[in-house]
Design a protein around this ligand. Sequence first.
Ligand SMILES: Cc1ncc(COP(=O)(O)O)c(C=O)c1O
Length: 379
Amino acid sequence: MLATKLNVAFYGHVRQYHSIQAEIGANLKEVLESGQYVLGPMLKRFEQELADFHRTKHAIGVGNGTDALWLTFKALGIGRGDECITTTNTFFATAEAIWIAGATAVFVDSDARTNCLDPSRIEAAITPRTKALIPVHLYGQCADMKAIRKIADRHHLLVIEDSAQAIAARGDGFSVAELSDAATISFIIQKNLGTFGDGGAVVTNNAGIDRLVRKLRNHGSDQRSCHSPGYNSRLDDLHAGILSAKLRHIEEWSDLRRKWAARYSKGLARVRNITLPYEAPGYRHVYHLYVIETERPEHRDALLHFLNEEGVDAKCHYPIAIHQQEGFPWGHEARIVGPIHNSERNAACCISLPMFPELTEEEVDYAVDKVMEWDRRVR
Ligand SMILES: Cc1ncc(COP(=O)(O)O)c(C=O)c1O
């Protein structure tokens, strides 16, 4: 057991910045010296790098991951009267984007082990109005896209992957954006590929989505002075420069996240009152978050409080599922199909331990030690 108290931060943004400060600085200088800061050459370069990384034909930089979702929905003609099937144990933005597009959010349960959309629950929720499936690659692990694709084909549905948390993740024999119409990414600070502010992107092989999202993000314009109704949601070139520098390191950083996840799981292997994250065979989980669950919901806040008191900055993602938020659904269209016990259990029992590539062995071991100390005290 480690004797001295440590403070283990949840995020390592500044450590990461220091590790590649010169590369980021060089890209920022290039943008500043170019005199082109919006829809300029750095954005173009980053979009190409991002498309190459995903092996997609197109990548479009937008203002944030939420816009990436609903701009894609709009580009695909998803709107009023259409139903989109997703889960309630995700970040709020997944449902928010469905509502911004004017569509109906239909929630089904998540898989008990991966916490991602459970394919076996989808067909019961399909109606003649169903237009799209929106799996979320929660915590950095891909949903079962092979099963989801099969259902989409059977019912002629669109599939949009909310991959905000899962850049560089892979499934068993498939990659992100391979089995869908498009995948959307968030670059907000804390994401695995995060800028120092907001940013997002759509990656797709569909030329129509590419053309329309490009237009929609820029006031409905793809030609100077010619417009149709659109929005202003562009990824600034300064952010593109930061992201371009960071993208070069994403595989190595994902490996480090996986290394810390393995160290947590090994250290916590004998725990009695907690469930550890499940990694589906053949999948490359990139541990945007390392999420444990207390066996009993009433233990969650006690463990969280204990860890925080002991200097471990643990958090919860997401303790209030979307359908449990006050005021749900705020006059928007929403349906819940079947029991959603897994999503509710996930919300009630989840705790995220510190997870970022620049953690140290000492920090991970200290967090493990504290979880084990709490676990031993529980009757
Ligand atoms: C699953 C999920 N979807 C969508 C978003 C929205 O991304 P953003 O915050 O960049 O709008 C996020 C992250 O914030 C997310 O985690």
